[in-house]
Design a protein around this ligand. Structure first.
Ligand code: NDP
Length: 329
């Protein structure tokens, strides 16, 4: 029985092509659980893997999709039985292993988590890797002392996937949220998610001129990196922390160490891919408890497999707002 997948192929000239293609179950990679995928989503990394791969994809042809939610169809692992609802993020699925842009996926049981109670498979993919990463960032800031009332928390790349979920989560937890965006037209969307202050990207994008500026932010979830992250470090309150999540604005860090030495600022690295199982469960529980579902619904942009080649290019241009939810069926 064949089913639909977005298959990325590479031609003799080394150029990649992504198209919806019929594939069969025996083409799926080895794994102990076969999942009937219901929803997937579009993250920045998916944009890379739908296109030339950015060095992430090992072999072609390839099925991208770094996350998915669906129902177990067959399982050789005692932890899962047919009919169980499951979610997958990370573990290099969609990069080194075929991913969620297909009606079926076969993966290792170790990579799955049960669908969190209170979320549908569609809502789980509205959260997706981006939202899962946003809660990891918020948890890291909390572990380093962030509390409501400490002052405004900055979110960079705010209208993107990680940023949108971070804004909604922080606001729901009682924080004052300042959202950095390069798209002024997203202001009402961001205020709807709970941002009380909009910071134009241009105000904070310039390279560091003074290593310390006035102490403004009580915390920061940074999806942008580069010059913006360097600048933010010098604007943090004494002892405050920045969770470094992404590199949408660049992988460099043209900073000085002065904010670390004179203000005790912490730079916390966030990785969603290799998170251990127990912390994944803790993070999904927090999402189910703390993320208001009406705010999540407001972020959703519905899509189908056929939309993915276009959406992959859009997200690399910073043109996707909120969370795309792909109905693969
Ligand atoms: P999105 O494209 O949805 O969001 C990124 C946002 O960053 C854009 O919407 C835009 O927001 C802003 N942005 C884009 N380009 C620039 C630029 N040149 N300068 C400043 N701001 C810019 O991507 P995601 O939210 O899915 O991912 C965000 C980042 O986080 C990516 O780098 C991704 O690789 C990384 N990531 C890391 C993970 C981890 O495990 N550490 C997991 C998931 C994602 P606006 O228009 O509001 O300015």
């Amino acid at each position: 029985m064949s089913f639909n997948a977005v298959l990325v192929t590479k031609d003799d000239a080394g150029k990649t092509h992504a198209a919806v293609t019929q594939i069969t179950e025996d083409q799926l990679p080895a794994g102990d659980v076969t999942v009937a995928v219901e929803y997937s989503t579009v993250n920045y990394k998916d944009g890379l893997c739908i296109g030339p791969g950015g060095g992430l994809v090992r072999n072609y042809p390839h099925v991208p999709g770094i996350d998915f939610a669906g129902t177990v169809e067959a399982s050789d692992d005692p932890r899962y039985t047919p009919g169980d609802k499951v979610v997958l993020t990370g573990w290099r699925v969609g990069e080194a292993h075929w991913g969620g842009y297909a009606q079926k996926a076969r993966v290792k049981a170790d990579w799955l988590v049960p669908l969190p109670e209170g979320l549908s498979t569609r809502q789980a993919m509205a959260v997706g890797t981006a939202g899962f990463t946003a809660i990891l960032a918020v948890m890291a800031l909390e572990d380093h002392g962030l509390k409501p009332g400490n002052g405004p928390v900055l979110v960079t790349g705010a209208a993107g996937g990680v940023g949108s979920v971070a804004v909604a989560l922080l606001a729901a937890l009682g924080h004052e949220v300042a959202a950095v965006t390069g798209r002024p037209e997203t202001e009402s969307y961001l205020r709807g998610l709970g941002a009380s202050q909009i910071v134009p990207r241009a105000d904070i994008a310039e390279t560091v001129k003074r290593p310390l500026e006035s102490e403004t932010w009580a915390g920061c979830v940074d999806a942008v990196g580069g010059a913006m992250l360097a600048r933010v470090l010098g604007q943090m309150q004494y002892g405050a922390s920045v969770a470094a999540v992404g590199l949408a604005g660049g992988a460099g860090l043209p900073a000085t160490v002065v904010p670390f030495l004179l203000r005790g600022v912490n730079l916390l690295g966030i990785d969603s891919v290799m998170q251990p199982y127990d912390n994944r469960i803790r993070a999904w529980d927090r999402i189910a408890r703390d993320l208001p579902l009406d705010k999540l619904d407001a972020m959703i942009r519905p899509a189908t497999l056929a939309d993915l080649p276009r959406l992959g290019a859009d997200i690399l241009q910073g043109q996707v707002q909120g969370r795309v939810v792909v109905d693969v069926n």
